[in-house]
Design a protein around this ligand. Structure first.
Ligand SMILES: [Fe+2]
Ligand SMILES: [Fe+2]
Length: 316
């Protein structure tokens, strides 16, 4: 990899199995629905062995940093969160691996209470700002957090959002909330004036219609408007279990928005999910006063049972 290139790898929606038993005090309608859904359908779709192979391939590519964009768990059990924290160690230490929650991680009440991000205390080392990123965030709120990733003269600000909230049965919506959106606007302005390449990551698709009505980000319109006004060089997300690329015309230039498939799906599903893949975004200087050049390389399965291969390579 050239000396002045940052490579950010992304995997998402790992949905680690098998499902542990549900402690009696955590049993509710949401988890019963999720439990049945896992045993009837999802356990045949999501294979942890597939995610393990993909994770090993990601590490072998030696990216500068790895982003995991949520849904490591299935029904938000504390034991699943714990297991996911252990699983992430195979990607690397928390200083080179960042994670944000998905709707299956912050899933339902614990002991009858909404605890939100507090349920993910074992993930904390992967969700904190690094030394250089700390100057951009508000230390009193965990999200957005910023990590500045450098390689030679290239510097990328990775901005992590939390779109996961506890939801009722059969609902997988997300919400950022006004405080997080306001903080994001300030971070985008500050990192832009410091000439960092701004990468925003969140679990849910960041624009209206990006997911179905019971699965969408409820304040997607506000986020999309904010991104258009304050700009970003790249937005990455998970949640749909599909690869997608679209562009927004922001006030400061075109913003690529890239979605990714689940890291654990090894064969076709009734929902048309894409097979597991990882994305590798390379950021290189575009030349004097020109925007950074961002190349996307995807690696994963082209066919069930095949090897991990390069699936696509394109300039964003
Ligand atoms: Fe998911
Ligand atoms: Fe999701």
């Amino acid at each position: 990899m050239p000396a002045d290139t940052v490579t950010l790898a992304q995997i998402s929606d790992v949905h680690l199995g098998p499902l542990p038993p549900i402690p009696l005090q955590l049993l509710n309608l949401k988890r019963i629905t999720g439990f049945l859904n896992w045993h009837r359908k999802r356990r045949f779709m999501h294979r942890t062995a597939t995610a393990n192979l993909l994770a090993a391939d990601v590490v072998a590519q030696q990216p500068t940093h790895i982003a995991v964009t949520g849904d490591l768990a299935n029904i938000g059990l504390p034991s699943e969160i714990e297991r996911a924290a252990v699983w992430m160690q195979r990607l690397g230490s928390p200083d080179i691996v960042s994670v944000i929650p998905g709707n299956h991680d912050i899933y339902s009440t614990i002991d009858g209470r909404n605890v939100g991000i507090a349920a993910l205390s074992t993930w904390q080392p992967y969700m904190t700002p690094n030394a250089e990123g700390a100057r951009y965030g508000d230390p009193s709120t965990p999200f957005p957090f910023v990590r500045v990733v450098r390689q030679g003269t290239m510097a990328v600000a990775l901005i992590g959002l939390n779109s996961a909230v506890e939801t009722p049965p059969l609902i997988a919506i997300g919400r950022l909330g006004d405080a997080q959106l306001k903080a994001l606007a300030g971070i985008l302005d500050a990192t832009r004036s410091d000439q960092l390449v701004r990468v925003v990551m969140l679990h849910h698709p960041p624009f209206p219609g990006g997911a179905g009505p019971r699965h969408e980000l409820t304040d997607a319109a506000a986020l999309a408007d904010l991104l258009d006004r304050h700009g970003a060089e790249l937005v990455i997300h998970g949640h749909n279990h599909k690869r997608s690329i679209s562009y927004r015309d922001g006030a400061h230039g075109r913003i690529p928005v890239v979605g990714i498939s689940s890291a654990s799906i090894a064969k076709p599903t009734p929902h048309g999910d894409d097979l597991a893949r990882a994305h590798f975004f390379s950021f290189a200087s575009g030349g004097r006063d020109a925007p950074a050049r961002i190349t996307l390389v995807a690696r994963g399965w082209a066919e069930t049972g095949g090897p991990i291969v390069e699936l696509e390579r394109r300039l964003l």
